[in-house]
Write a protein that binds this ligand. Structure first.
Ligand SMILES: [Zn+2]
Ligand SMILES: [Zn+2]
Length: 168
């Protein structure tokens, strides 16, 4: 976990997003976010980074109170407001996504670019997969425009059963 970070090659964000996360993925994800933060002049404080690491290591959507529990196990003193502020920071800059329908957070697979994408959420194993296709967001934006509506946030969450759970 220690070890200062060498600049990471750009290839991380352009890699096809295989969605089964392993620990290595979590590590390289955190490095990609560090890199992106540096480039955008954002301050990834130790707490923000730690929250990010926990979200990434979870490998599936994780709820705020589970994050709090884990932080308390490590430090014994994680105050909810600070954790929520860290989550807000990560959300705001597109490093993680919030899945409103299950009230959980998941790391983003291309943290270098802010984007809004739909999610496929499995109701059985609660895995979440990003649908990496900009056309959906564009379509919603175009429709909103015709209604004179200005969207602030898009959260499109599709529930069902993932491939693995369908087989089981
Ligand atoms: Zn994403
Ligand atoms: Zn599943």
């Amino acid at each position: 976990m220690a070890g200062e970070v060498k600049p990471v090659s750009q290839s991380i964000s352009s890699k096809s997003h295989a969605h089964d996360h392993h620990h290595d993925d979590a590590q390289s994800f955190v490095r990609a976010v560090e890199h992106a933060s540096e480039e955008r002049g954002l301050r990834l404080t130790p707490l923000r980074k730690e929250v990010l690491e926990l979200v990434a290591a979870a490998g599936r959507p994780i709820k705020a109170y589970d994050l709090l529990d884990q932080l308390r196990e490590r430090h014994g003193n994680a105050a909810p407001p600070t954790v929520y502020r860290a989550l807000d920071f990560l959300l705001e800059h597109g490093f993680i996504h919030k899945l409103e329908s299950i009230n959980a957070y998941v790391s983003c697979h291309h943290p270098a670019e802010a984007h809004q994408v739909p999610f496929l959420i499995c109701d059985n194993c609660s895995s979440a997969q990003e649908v990496c296709d900009e056309r959906v967001a564009e379509l919603i934006e175009a429709q909103a425009k015709t209604f004179g509506f200005r969207p602030q946030a898009q959260t499109l969450e599709v529930h069902g059963l993932c491939k693995n759970c369908r087989k089981a």
